[in-house]
Design a protein around this ligand. Structure first.
Ligand SMILES: C[S@@+](CC[C@H](N)C(=O)[O-])C[C@H]1O[C@@H](n2cnc3c(N)ncnc32)[C@H](O)[C@@H]1O
Length: 297
């Protein structure tokens, strides 16, 4: 079969009505004859023919084959074959369409690697290619954490900057945003080594976040304490790691727990109160909540 000039990208479809009991048989016959895929539905068979071939090259052969099949099985010849076209979708491009520059809070702007962006004065621009890791800023929980980090640093009164631990760093978005906001030092940990690779790749595109360190592992693997700890994981793991996180927050330090649904807040809060925190406030976006806690001084 020759390619038609300027052929569209995708598949021609031919829907052949058929007795339900004979659909499998018809699909097998047509798939073999035309060397293409056939999908069996309740009372018809759909054939997919590659778009580079013009319908004029196969349509009459198909209709002859269908007529022959129907005659052999004593089926009526009246139901016409219906033709259509299925466009090829570039799923990668579709996915990227939904990820555009995003302003979060007062100064942070999250920009995908493939989008040009001209910053306004005072913008803190973070370039992100999420790869397979969570953390584009398009999820409510990530945005809650970013806004919270911006608030926390705005309220910081000491001359030395606060340190930051980001537990479950994913794409590294919170740790890197923390560095841009002025947290020092900043450490991002994730128990998924692939996430840490992606975080490091993102860091290479954000020279202003070069001071962030990434580590594969859980919070147990981290030495010392931090002025601020943020963990955007989920209620279950957050409850399980309460004692560990309590050891990582400096006396009087702050802890932001996110990935918690509104009906889980009470249980998470009560668990963290048991390990020495009190609630400062909570921030909600849709069904998601960030619980802002403070450790005993
Ligand atoms: C919801 S994503 C958050 C990503 C990013 N911090 C954000 O806010 O967009 C949660 C991340 O936590 C990691 N994670 C889950 N359990 C963990 C644990 N016990 N210790 C460290 N990381 C964990 C997952 O691999 C995942 O990358």
């Amino acid at each position: 079969m020759d390619a038609a000039p300027s052929a569209p990208k995708g598949w021609w479809t031919a829907d052949v009505p058929c007795e339900e009991a004979l659909c499998d048989e018809l699909a097998a016959v047509l798939a073999e004859k035309f060397g293409v895929g056939a999908q069996v539905e309740k009372a018809w068979v759909r054939l997919y023919l590659p778009a580079p071939t013009a319908p004029s090259q196969w349509k009459s052969h198909l209709e002859q084959a269908v007529a022959h099949f129907r005659a052999a099985w004593g089926l009526p010849q009246s139901d016409p074959v219906r033709y259509g076209f299925c466009e090829d979708v570039d799923w990668n491009a579709r996915w990227k369409e939904g990820f555009t520059p995003l302003r979060v809070g007062r100064r942070l702007v999250i920009v995908p690697t493939w989008e040009p962006y001209t910053p306004n004065p005072g913008d803190l621009v973070l370039t992100i290619d999420p790869g397979m890791a969570f953390g584009t800023g398009h999820h409510e929980t990530t945005r809650l954490c970013l806004r919270w980090l911006e608030d926390v640093i705005a309220e910081w009164l000491h001359p030395t900057p606060p340190s930051l631990l980001d537990v479950g760093t994913g794409s590294g978005i919170l740790a890197m945003a923390g560095a841009l906001l002025g947290f020092r030092p900043v450490l991002g940990v994730d128990n998924d080594p692939d996430a840490v690779c992606i975080a490091e790749e993102n860091q290479a595109m954000n020279p202003d976040a070069a001071s962030v360190r990434f580590l594969t592992g859980t919070a147990d693997a981290v030495r010392g304490t931090f002025s601020v700890v943020v963990a955007n994981i989920q209620a279950g793991p957050l409850m399980a790691m309460a004692e560990t996180l309590a050891r990582k927050v400096a006396p009087g330090g702050r802890l932001g727990l996110c990935g918690v649904l509104s009906d889980q807040v009470a249980s998470v809060l009560s668990r963290y109160e048991q390990v020495g925190f009190h609630a400062e406030n909570r921030h909600q976006d849709g069904e998601w909540v960030l619980i802002a806690l403070r450790a005993r001084s």
